[in-house]
Design a binder for this molecule. Sequence first.
Ligand code: AMP
Ligand code: MG
Length: 406
Amino acid sequence: MIDLTEAQQHILGAVGILEPRAVALGEALGLVNAVPVTAAESVPPFANSAMDGYAVRAADVAGAGSDDPISLRVVGELPAGHAPTVAVGAGEAIRIMTGAPMPDGADAIVMVEQTRAGEDGTVLIELSATSGDHVRAAGGDVSPGDVVVEAGVRLRPAHLGVLASVGRSEVTAYPRPRVGVLSTGDELVGDGSQLAPGQIRDSNRPMLLALLRELGAEAVDLGSARDDEAVIAAAIGSAVDGCDAVITSGGVSVGDYDAVKVVLNRLAPGSMHWWQIRIKPAKPLAFGVVQGVPVFGLPGNPVSSHVSFELFARPALLRMTGHAEVFRTPVPMTAGVGLTRRADGKTHFVRVRTERGPDGPVAVSSGSQYSNALLAMAGADGLAVLPDGPGCEPGTKVEVLVLGPE
Ligand code: AMP
Ligand code: MG
C-alpha cells in the first residue's frame, strides 16, 4: 500500500501541461490565462462625466449654495456616445449624461440633484465644485502598458470584461481538456432498458462526465465496455487518439475479471501503476500514460469512483490546464454526528453535509459510508478528512474538502 500523497505526487509528475492557444472571450470563462495581457488602450479612452448633471467651470460656481445658487447659461446637451461640439465658456454649462466626454472648457460636473432649472435656458447651481469633481480621467482605470491580466490567473467574468475593455476579443489560455469516460463491466446497462438478472445500471459514467463538465473540461462519452481485454484495449486505444486524458471505471480491483489493470499494463508499459492506497473509500487505482495521454483507472464502486476522481483525476486535470493550486484548501469545521471511526491505517473520506452552526460550519455524516452507497454521496457537499485513528467526537475540529466547481 502507498500513501495518498505519494500517489498524487506521482500522477502530477507524470502529466504534461497542455499547449496554450488563442481562445475567444466567450469560450474562456474558467480557463487559466497563459500569457500576460498588456493594455494597448486607455480605459476610459477619454475624460468623461461620472454623473448625470452639468459640465461647468469650477471657478464659475465657487460659493454656490442652495440659498444662493449661481445661474449658468445652458449652451448644449451631451449624451453618452456623442462628441462635444461646443465648449463651455465663462458663465456657461452643458447638460451632460454619465459617460459623455468632457467638453472643452469644463473642468467639473455638478450632479443634476444639486441643480434646478432656471429661467430662459439657464440652470441654477446649488453647490460649489472643485476642478475634477465627478470627472473620470482618461486612463483612470487602465493606461496603455498596464498588465491587465497576469499569466496564471483563472479567468473570471470580470477578467473577460477587462479584456473586452481594452479591445481584446481573444486570450491565450490553457485549453479545456478533452477527457474520455469509459465504464467497464459485463453487468452494466446504460440505456435505461429492463435489467436482466445480475445486471445493474451504469451510474458512474453520467456522474464522471458531469464531474468533468463541472471542472470545465470537455467530457467525451466513450460508452461502456465488457470485461474483455480486447474490447477494453480497443476502447482505450482509440480514446487516447482523440483525448487529452481518459478515465475508466471498474476493473482495477483484485477480481478475476478486472481487465483494466491488465490492459493498462500492456498499453502503458513501464508507466502503469496499480496501487492500493491507504484511503477509504477508493483504495485501488490504476494509472498509466498511454501514448502521452494519462489514463486513470478508477474503481467501480460509485462512491469510490467519485472520491477517486476528486483525489487523483481532478488535481491532474487542473495541473494539465495551468492551475498553480490543484488541491482544495481544507475548510476547518466542527464535527457533528457520525464522524467517529476505527483505526485501520487509512485516511477516511467521510461523506458529509455541511450546515451552518452557531460558531461556524458543522459537518454531519450524510448517511451510509459504504462505497456503493451513492445516495449518501449525493446528499453530501463535502468530504471530511479523518486521519487514521478514532475519528472526531462531536464538537471537535475536522477538516472538510468542500466539493463543487471551485
Ligand atoms: P469493479 O471495480 O469492476 O470490481 O466494480 C466494483 C463494484 O462497482 C461492482 O459492484 C460493480 O458492479 C460496480 N460498478 C462498476 N462499474 C459501475 C458503474 N459504471 N456504475 C455502477 N456501478 C458500477
Ligand atoms: Mg467490474
